[in-house]
Design a protein around this ligand. Structure first.
Ligand code: PEP
Ligand code: MN
Length: 352
């Protein structure tokens, strides 16, 4: 087990801006975060992986200079940056960065991870490995194994959610059972949660941070910005330092008797997630149904089309039986769903 991230009875907190944007924005961030006793490490976005070209890609080496300049004033804080290539790592080492993380777009690429690991050989720096975008636990565990094989002693995993078709209203689907499964497998790694990239919205961050605590995560990585609305990247999900200190004050930390959440707790979170998913799907179904109402109106078609409903129901019942679900149960559910859809369409058609 890594000792670098050890904090026996409280979570290890990493906070800081998504991106370092200017010397002022960064120094204001660090000054404000230094006042929050629980914050141990500042996250420094130096190079930003952007989906499309032309967006702000980080300040690069200039940002590293600002970190090196500020660092002596805050001896109790550590500074971490994302690295995606050996060149990034070399620069981080040159400027005395305390720890690095491998981002979600890099950890899923074994070529990139191997190149980074070659550059890490013989270097002593803590490394955090974020989960890849796709929910393949082996890919995540493989990246971690490569880092360990490069001789890095302090390795931690960071759960930042997975980009799926249905993200439950989050930016990335938390799929809690994957990080917990990773934690169950040896070696015993510190497990962080990055609720900012899971949520995509500042107002959801506290809830996801609390779930991570309930599931015995060891730490949190949270994005903060002095004025989130002005942020050049991830403006919607960043908290102000004040909001972060409120979040920390309100966190309920379970007593760490067991290193892992018990089976029932985990299964309950799984049920919660499935229920959330069902609700999202029902909402999605309603919105498709309303689009159909528009087409029916334009073509003067009746709302209730019994032959279509009868075919749909029979096909669902056959599928349910094949899957091992009770046909009676599935019939009751679809009758309710269909009735609601008819009601919504009628309401839409008679609105004017
Ligand atoms: C980040 O932490 O700034 C980041 C880009 O996150 P992720 O790699 O999880 O998308
Ligand atoms: Mn970000």
């Amino acid at each position: 087990m890594s000792h670098f991230f050890d904090k026996t009875d409280s979570p290890y907190i990493i906070a800081g801006p998504c991106s370092i944007e200017s010397r002022t924005q960064f120094s204001e961030s660090v000054e404000a975060l230094s006042q929050i006793a629980e914050v141990s490490m500042i996250r420094c976005g130096v190079w930003k992986p952007r989906t499309r070209p032309g967006d702000f890609e980080g300040m690069g080496e200039e940002a590293l200079r600002w970190i090196a300049e500020l660092r002596p004033r805050y001896p109790h804080l550590r500074f971490a940056a994302e690295v995606a290539s050996p060149a990034h790592l070399e620069l981080c080492l040159k400027y005395g960065i305390d720890a690095v993380w491998i981002g979600a777009r890099t950890s899923g690429n074994p070529f990139s991870v191997s190149e980074l690991c070659e550059a890490m050989r013989g270097v002593s720096i803590p490394v955090l490995v974020k989960n890849p975008l796709i929910p393949d636990i082996k890919l995540w565990a493989g990246a971690i194994e490569r880092v360990r094989n490069a001789g890095i002693a302090d390795v931690a995993a960071v759960h930042r959610g997975f980009y799926l078709d249905n993200n439950l209203g989050y930016r990335n689907n938390p799929l809690w059972k994957i990080p917990i499964e990773l934690k169950r497998q040896p070696p015993d790694l510190p497990l962080f949660c990055d609720p900012s990239h899971i949520c995509g919205k500042a107002e959801l961050v506290a809830k996801v941070a609390q779930t991570a605590m309930d599931l015995s995560f060891d730490g949190l990585m949270i994005e903060t910005h002095p004025v989130p609305a002005d942020a050049l990247t991830d403006a919607r999900q960043q908290l102000t330092p004040l909001q972060l200190s409120q979040l920390i004050a309100e966190l309920r930390i379970p007593v760490k008797g067991n290193a892992l959440p018990d089976e029932m707790q985990l299964l309950r979170h799984e049920i919660d997630t499935i229920d959330e998913e069902l609700l999202q799907l029902l909402l999605q179904r309603n919105s498709v149904s309303l689009k159909i109402a528009e087409i029916k109106r334009a073509n003067n078609l009746s709302v209730l089309q019994l032959d279509r409903w009868e075919r749909l129901l029979q096909s669902h019942l056959a599928q349910a039986e094949a899957m091992g679900l009770s046909a009676e149960y599935v019939r009751r559910i679809f009758e309710e769903i269909h009735a609601e859809s008819v009601r919504l369409q009628n309401e839409a058609l008679h609105k004017e």
